[in-house]
Design a protein around this ligand. Structure first.
Ligand code: F6P
Length: 341
């Protein structure tokens, strides 16, 4: 019976603990099945930070946000010598098979390790919902609920003051959160990285709306859209050298105010979208993915990740599953446009 290492890497999202709980529950149900939790993502394997995880250790965590294992954006290839840096911990902890719960970057790292011979199974997670190998990643539904609630609240104050409110949400290369959140909240416009936008055209549309008596507008903006001059808005660099996005709404808001003449306010939701308790949908999805990944391990599979296609949990090669960020389809953006006015 293999000893299974499990780690959570990259940005956290609601549902990580539900996935860990499922992996541990399924693996330890096998006679002799053992799970080793790796702390703080790849960093734990690079530095020897691990702990054993029993069924008792994962009781009561299903609905808890964050991850009991901790996470980081440290990467063995970008910040070290790759597999060679992980082998001492893998050997010392007797890990035979690794379950990597990560976004596209961490899953690409997992694919590379699998190519080098490390037995690895991936579980996709991200609030951004942009991983090619799955229709939905857990964390997305919870983030969406936060955005939808925020728009409900922003709408009443925008309406009372006859204002435009520009709401910035997460989404680096794709606009899944902006699109679904904007549709759920009834936004007047949704700006996403998948489509260029024309601020003068948007301003004219908003003016027509306000002149016809609807004297408020909510504009949802994904953090990854270019600013009005066509430049990405960077908020700095994180501890691992990765660019941080954020703040494009502070450029779009004043520009819209100038173009329309209507008072405009800006709200940036930031990490509120990533924190807190997962929705029931995310708990179920993370649980199903965790169980499916454990089954893959027990079957001896490597270089694969689990995913959701329709309502079925599937498996796909890691390379294929995280090759490209999955854009919002044009048809969904067109659906949203029926309600822009
Ligand atoms: O990748 C998920 C994500 O939530 C992005 O949407 C966002 O740009 C980024 O993480 C924020 O990362 P951090 O927590 O490092 O600021």
């Amino acid at each position: 019976m293999p000893v299974v290492g499990v780690l959570t890497a990259g940005g956290d999202c609601p549902g990580l603990n539900a996935a860990i709980r499922a992996v541990v529950t399924r693996i330890t149900a096998e006679p002799g099945g053992e799970v080793v939790g790796v702390l703080n993502g790849w960093e734990g394997l690079m530095e020897g930070s691990v702990r054993s995880l029993t069924r008792e250790d994962v009781r009561g965590i299903l609905g808890r946000g964050g991850t009991i294992l901790g996470t980081s954006r440290r990467d063995p290839y970008l910040h070290g010598r790759g597999l060679a840096d992980l082998l001492p911990t893998i050997t010392a902890a007797h890990i035979d098979h690794l379950v990597v719960i990560g976004g596209d970057g961490s899953l690409r790292t997992a694919a590379r390790l699998a190519d080098e011979g490390l037995p690895v199974v991936g579980i996709p997670k991200t609030i951004d919902n942009d991983i090619a190998g799955t229709d939905y990643s857990f964390g997305f539904d919870t983030a969406l609920q936060v955005v939808s609630d925020a728009i409900d609240r922003l709408t009443t104050t925008a309406e009372a003051h006859h204002r435009i409110i520009v709401l910035e949400v997460m989404g680096r290369t794709t606009g899944w959160i902006a699109t679904y959140g904007g549709i759920a909240g009834g936004a007047e416009a949704i700006l996403v990285p998948e489509e260029p936008y024309d601020l003068s055209e948007l301003a004219a549309r908003i003016r027509r709306r306000h002149e016809s008596g609807r004297t408020y507008s909510i504009v949802v903006v994904a953090e990854g859209v270019p600013d009005p001059s066509g430049t990405e808005t960077l908020a700095g660099v994180d501890a691992y050298g990765f660019a941080r996005l954020g703040g494009v709404a502070t450029k779009i808001g004043p520009a819209l105010e100038r173009l329309t003449g209507y008072e405009t306010r800006v709200t940036i939701l930031g990490h509120l979208q990533r924190g807190g308790t997962p929705t029931a949908f995310d708990r179920v999805l993370a649980t199903r993915m965790g169980l499916a990944a454990a089954e893959q391990v027990l079957a001896g599979a490597s270089g694969v990740m689990v995913g959701l296609r329709g309502s079925i949990i599937t498996t796909i090669g890691l390379r294929e599953g995280c090759a490209e960020p999955r854009p919002v389809p044009a048809s969904l953006l067109a659906d949203a446009r029926w309600f822009f006015a």
